[in-house]
Design a protein around this ligand. Structure first.
Ligand code: HEM
Length: 741
């Protein structure tokens, strides 16, 4: 069958040919509707933090330990211990995280859903999840799957002698696959996907292409978490494998030392599975028969498990003590001569042919194997930088243990956002780490109402500040937030620090002037012995500007304001990974534009998705921004009003009323359009981020609500609600733990 078409023609339940198949390029708003409360059996009031607070974590650990060390006949444990299996489960949940768009990671329990439940790289983790079901069943709502997947790995590691750095619970389950994640453009899964070089811009030379990996992807192939264990495209080139490792782990925000620590630490445990030929293996869970009940990869050879198990098709054991924390992996890596061999499935792997057989068989006591390695493992030996680090780690086990502990902690928590979201008794007591985007303690949590109103007046009266630049600054500050890894946001006022102060979308020169003026207001206020943070002033400035613009439209409103933000220092700001928060385009401020593959309006929807906006919220915000003349550069693009700075629904009225008068402005690659009046005179100009609200059927339908004769007051109310939501997106300190969305 064609890719994407089910050969069975259902006539019910959404069957049949859909609009998406007729018009596959239509802007897809589905990402703005996902994670609806309709899908959530706990309902929108569910508070995971309070549900979780009932858990006795000590007992939970005992329960996990019992499962870890009780082998089940339906999937017997290697060495009688599921610990390594659970570590792989945790790692594959967390390891999808990529720093570029913050998506992926363990935070939402996504491995329960396709595609991750059926990824080739996640083979047999369906069994690991099923082994944990009795624990999930026991704790119910009080323990999310997302937490359990990673905590099981963390506990397993402790049980096998590794001193972990700590653990934060607080991952809230989602109830469907995250459709906002771009996994790649291939139409095949690994290993077939390797023939498709779309994510490498057509390059087939894996010795040079690593850094051409398409953004924001974090893996070398559709269906893999990171790299091909056999070496790039199945070629056992250890140095080229290291290049892939560096690029992909780098995209997770891991440096060389963290990368070696993670791989050498992880592969200190367990073994790989490829005892039989891959032709014995049935379909993955999402393609398997209904009678398999969500399990897949049924192995029809022999017992189908234990010594006949097939997972990766590689048959390797790294350690003489695979269920005990020791420096065995690096010992084997750096003390053996490995020769290229083949697994029983015919895949390239490496064996120390001249070494003693002292590596235990997982099921037959007294039977031993020779040391073996994956091509990717040998990358840690053959890349000169990795080699140095590997040697250091081998020579200093304590140092290695410390570095692996930190890297493992980072791996599991990287997408959780502010440390105030962490729950449970095992949160490290040490100062937050730089990747946790530390913030100072608040100097105040409330401001007197009279202070708030006097600050607003002072801001509006300050020279150089106006509606447009106050709104763009507040937006620039708050809208860096991304729900994917919960980084960014207005708290911290990092917009005044590098790299955000230099983001082109922030119009650095104008931004610097606004910050200076706001600091003037701050200094004056503080000279009276009171305290207000710059972060709060930036948000308050936006509120003051909107209230003023509403007043000009004849409406008196108060924009909600939640004080208590703090100001981070440059030292508390991880410049290199904050750089990923730089928008390529921000249709709200009419900044930038798309590419041939990702159109401007798609980038707008993607940004809206990261801000958790619904289609109506997106629409009303755009209308408001245009009314407030809030383009990043002060231009008139899309400002479809004759009274900018007045909070009216003019944008919608004028957009919907301009019948077929738009045309592309020459030389702008369909990025800029103009509208002429009846006399043939240019009346308005607009971007794709503007015109999409008249052309897309659903966005037009919403725009009609706001552009109707009764739309003005609803427009003002909805705009302020959506605005305030964005301003407070990162306020986990105030709203408590809150859900994933
Ligand atoms: C197992 C590849 C990094 C932990 C495996 C397997 C492969 C693999 C092919 C065998 C799966 C099977 O057949 O059962 C890789 C590659 C990596 C990588 C290519 C990166 C370059 C990591 C990291 C960790 C980790 C970072 C954890 C920190 C484990 C563990 C197992 C395992 C514990 C053993 C599972 C078991 O005994 O059932 N890995 N891995 N790996 N991996 Fe990795």
């Amino acid at each position: 069958p064609d890719f994407g078409t089910c050969p069975r023609k259902s006539t019910v339940a959404g069957g049949g040919t859909r609009s998406r198949q007729w018009w596959p390029c239509e802007l897809n708003l589905a990402v703005l509707r996902q994670f609806s409360e309709k899908s959530n059996p706990f309902g929108s009031d569910f508070d995971y933090a309070s549900a979780f607070s009932k858990i006795d974590v000590t007992q939970l650990k005992k329960d996990i330990t019992a499962v870890q060390t009780t082998s089940q006949d339906w999937w017997p444990a290697d060495f009688g211990n599921y610990g390594p299996f659970f570590i792989r489960l945790a790692w594959h949940n967390a390891g999808t995280y990529r720093a570029i768009d913050g998506r992926g990671g363990a935070g939402q329990g996504q491995q329960r859903f396709a595609p991750l439940n059926s990824w080739p790289d996640n083979a047999n983790l369906d069994k690991a999840r099923r082994l944990l079901w009795p624990i999930k069943q026991k704790y119910g709502a009080a323990l999310s799957w997302a937490d359990l997947f990673v905590f099981a790995g963390n506990t397993a590691m402790e049980n096998m002698g590794f001193p972990t750095y700590g653990f934060g619970f607080g991952r809230v389950d989602t109830w469907q696959s995250d459709e906002g994640i771009y996994w790649g453009g291939e139409q095949e899964m690994f290993p077939e996907a390797l023939n498709n070089v779309v994510r490498y811009n057509g390059s087939t030379d894996f010795t040079t292409r690593a850094d051409e990996l398409e953004s924001p992807l974090g893996a070398v192939s559709m269906g893999l978490i990171y790299v091909d264990p056999r070496g790039p495209n199945g070629t056992p080139d250890t140095k080229a494998s290291a290049l892939d490792i560096r690029e992909t782990f780098g995209r997770m925000g891991m440096d060389d030392e963290e990368t070696v620590a993670l791989i050498a630490g992880g592969h200190a445990f367990g073994k790989t599975h490829g005892a039989v030929a891959g032709s014995n293996i049935g379909p993955e869970p999402n393609a398997a028969g209904i009678e398999l009940q969500g399990l897949g990869w049924k192995n029809s050879f022999g017992t189908g498990n234990a010594d006949d198990a097939y997972t990766s098709g590689l048959e390797v054991i790294w350690s003489r003590t695979p269920t005990k924390w020791a420096n065995e992996f690096l010992f084997s890596l750096l003390n053996n001569n490995f020769t290229l061999t083949k697994s029983p499935d015919g895949a390239p792997q490496w064996e120390a042919l001249d070494a003693n057989a002292s590596y235990p068989d997982p099921f037959i006591p007294g039977k031993f194997r020779r040391p073996t390695m994956l091509t990717s493992d040998l990358g840690l030996r053959d890349d000169p930088i990795y080699n140095n680090i590997s040697k250091t780690f081998l020579n200093d086990f304590d140092y290695f243990t410390e570095k692996f502990g930190l890297a493992w902690y980072k791996l599991l928590h990287r997408d959780m956002g502010p440390i105030s979201r962490y729950l449970g008794p095992e949160i490290p007591k040490q100062a937050p780490l730089i990747w946790q985007d530390p913030l100072p303690a608040p100097a105040y949590t409330t401001l007197a109402a009279s202070d708030v109103s006097s600050l607003k007046s002072q801001i509006l009266a300050a020279p150089g500040l106006n509606i447009s630049n106050l709104v763009t600054t507040a937006w620039g500050s708050a809208s860096t937030f991304r729900i994917s890894d919960k980084r960014g946001g207005a708290n911290g006022a990092r917009i005044a620090l590098q790299p955000q102060a230099s983001f082109a979308a922030n119009n650095p020169t104008r931004l610097a002037a606004v910050i200076k003026a706001l600091k003037g207001v701050q200094t004056k206020f503080q000279s009276s012995g009171k305290k207000v943070s710059l972060a709060d002033l930036i948000v308050l400035g936006g509120a003051a500007a909107i209230e003023k613009a509403a007043k000009a439209a004849g409406v008196t409103v108060t924009v909600p304001f939640t004080p208590g933000r703090v100001d981070a220092t440059q030292d508390q700001t991880d410049v290199s990974t904050f750089a990923f928060l730089q928008p390529q385009a921000d249709g709200f401020r009419n900044f930038g534009h798309g590419t041939a593959s990702s159109l401007t309006e798609e980038l707008l929807v993607d940004k809206a998705a990261l801000l958790t906006l619904s289609p109506p919220e997106l629409t009303v915000l755009i209308g408001g921004f245009r009314a407030l003349s809030a383009n990043f550069d002060g231009s008139s693009t899309g400002i479809l009003t004759s009274r900018p700075g007045t909070l009216t629904n003019d944008f919608f009225v004028n957009l919907l009323g301009s019948y077929a008068t738009w045309s592309v402005v020459n030389g702008t690659n369909e990025e800029l359009f103009q509208s002429t009046n009846s006399a043939g005179k240019v009346q308005w100009t607009a971007s794709r981020a503007d015109l999409i609200f008249g052309s897309h059927p659903e966005l037009r339908a919403i725009s009609e609500v706001y552009g109707s004769s009764d739309g003005q007051s609803k427009f003002v109310t909805d705009f302020i609600a959506a605005w305030s939501k964005v301003m407070d997106l990162d306020r986990y300190d105030v709203k408590g733990h809150s859900g994933p969305y």
